[in-house]
Design a protein around this ligand. Sequence first.
Ligand code: PEP
Ligand code: MG
Length: 874
Amino acid sequence: NKMVYSFGQTKTDGDGSMKELLGGKGANLAEMTTIGLPVPPGFTITTETCAGYYKEGRKLPKGLMDQVRDAMARMEKETGKKFGDAKNPLLVSVRSGAKVSMPGMMDTVLNLGLNDTSVDGLHDASGSARFALDAYRRLINMFGDVVMGVDHEHYEAEFDRIKAKYGVKNDTDLNAEGMGELVEAYKKIYRKYTGKDFPQDPYAQLEAGIEAVFKSWMTTRAIRYRQINEITGLAGTAVNIQAMVFGNMGEDCGTGVAFTRNPSTGENKFYGEFLINAQGEDVVAGIRTPQPVSEMPKWNKAIHKQLLEIKDILEQHYTDMQDIEFTIETDKLFMLQTRNGKRTGAAAVKIACDMVKEKLIPEKTGVKRIPANDLTQLLLPSFDPAAKKKAAPITTGLPASPGASVGKLAFTAEEAVDRSHEGELVILCRKETSPEDVDGMHSAAGILTSTGGMTSHAAVVARGWGKCCVAGAGEIHIDEKRKKITVNGKTLGANDLVSIDGSTGEVFVGEIDTIEPKLSGDFAKVMKWADKYRTLKIRTNADTPADAQRARDFGAQGIGLCRTEHMFFEGERITAMREMILAETKPAREAALAKLLPYQRKDFEGIFTAMKGLPVTVRLLDPPLHEFLPHDAKSQGELAKILGVKPAKVKQRVAQLHEMNPMLGHRGCRLSVTYPEILVMQVTAIVEAAINCAKKKIKAVPEIMIPLVGTDKELEILRDLAEKTIADVKAAKKVKGKLAISIGTMIEIPRAALTADAVGQHADFFSFGTNDLTQLTFGYSRDDVNTFLPHYIQQEILEKDPFQSLDATGVGQLVETGVAKGRSVKKDLKVGICGEHGGDPASIAFCHKVGLDYVSCSPFRVPIARLAAAQAAL
Ligand code: PEP
Ligand code: MG
């Protein structure tokens, strides 16, 4: 049973492909050794050994230490040093390293092998007593802390006492004599808190160090980290034991970290920092300011040159940007780590394009390597990371719609409109938003809500516009009357500036500088590649000509969802709409609808024109009617005056329309069943708009979509009515030729999916409304889900927000069933998705897999969807 894999000049057992068994660090150390890079020799104890340790009830597996001793003997031979030696001792580091990197979550012990004898050996070998004693006291501290659980503070207190005694301020100023005293003081601390002497047997140290790393796999923070990052299915951590090299033995020593290319911009330039006469932890701790590696030639030209050569070797070998750690010990360079480097969206695009150009990777790999979601960062302004670092968020909500915006707080939609008309930048801050607030939302620089989830109204609308939105920031208490919010003890009013980050959900007080996005030629190139490989079509959800145009610019191939309800809130239309709702007879309703018709026709003409020949799916009116009426007495009074009716009548109608569960109430196709004249008006507007466009030689391809169908009968009735209306308009307008207007339905009620063969008889296309489908499948209100969803995710009841990423297990079955049953009656039935999931890469992969024809998403997500669709196909 092989538990130990060596790496070194004389023998290397593993390689870079063995991350599962050797962990990321161990596999890459073996790989770097194999390709001839200078790596201090060592060995890796496998992740399976860690699993064995737990299986045996936290005991080191039998035979492990024998294998460790063999591997140590090989290291001794290779380095010419001996573990625990009185003359030239070998010292080792013991480090964790799972398959997936878990930065800082697990334990490390350095300088193992030092004891009262070998410390003199280190003194001899290095020529510095201070250096040797410093290494020893670090070991006693780290070993005590990590292995034995002695609080680091006890050591700190002793250090402070001795520094004071010697009259020095910095650790580095303490001389050899002081260090000697410190070693003795540390040993006392160790004895006091562990009841034992610091172990002098180097192998006892090593064994305890290995066990400590295994134990650190199961600490609360490591477990939590794996939960948060959805890391599952790992055996355990590997343990890497490696010969120590020292960057702190003098002015010809140093240590650093670097990226083979710039991780922020992607520029193909070696990018990193180093410190002279320091250990790795000094760079991370930020006590001293490191120098950029570009300055290194001034200090050591040869090492700099060697690093650049290694950079090229690593990139050629791994064919990806690497993040490396290195140490220089008396003019000799050693590599301690390499891994694929994390990068921004902009850097990911540039690096992929450059590497394809350099013939380092094929085009398909370039496409696969860019995280689709990270493209958002290229499309919107963002906060300057340096500026953000200096500020602390006052609270964090959901990252509902990416972007960075700064403004003063506005508390109502009206206020947001008025103040922004006067040129002020405002953040609209509401408990939640409703369709009535659209004007205010549109005028605001950003939107902040204290309730609501990722598909709450505010979030959906904001994403559609590419407007920055933080939703569900539950710690914010809004006092609309006094125009104040309180959050974590701070009170802010209408004159206070806040900055909100829609990519992270953070909320800051004050103004944070932003940086503008640049759509580089590389971005366009990646899109071209994506279009070459994807089979899914990408449409957009848009309901204004401006949105339609933007989506086209981003490459949308049509509109998959044009929600018509937003159109009724602008200017005079809302009055006609309200008149229609208050009307008591069909003729009165028709009279009011007749006023709306020209507006709708113009809306559609604008959108058809913007889409120039691309299909436009128009969804008929969907929300319950009460959403269009005012709810406070003052506005109701005003409406009564405008319409010339008694205020009591308005109040009564509002009361009549009140529903316990409006989402399950009188909405969607149920409106058209009970008030067919609404459908007639909308279909008339669509057809007339298409005819008007044709007259102007603009091709219009409208598709009429009927929402919230649950039974085939509903669709049958409404389809007949729509067809009759189309025929009537054609006759009235004396249009002879065929008008290609298809009629389809949304599948957003589970029953419609389950009976899709019956529903499909009456549909030219299906579009899955996965927002409602998720809501109705889970029984979670999409607007209130944020009250419990975070707990569900934390407790792992759910892996992710099902309104954000399609639940393939449950809701996905309904989608698959719907597709199969629909196509069982119509082989070529066109099927798409228009819920928010249409812009989510994981959901797009699912849509590709189950054979949808297209996904439809908000304009700003179109490029992401194009890339994600290509990745799904590759
Ligand atoms: C849906 O339910 O998925 C959908 C697209 O419609 P809406 O979000 O307008 O309810
Ligand atoms: Mg819906």
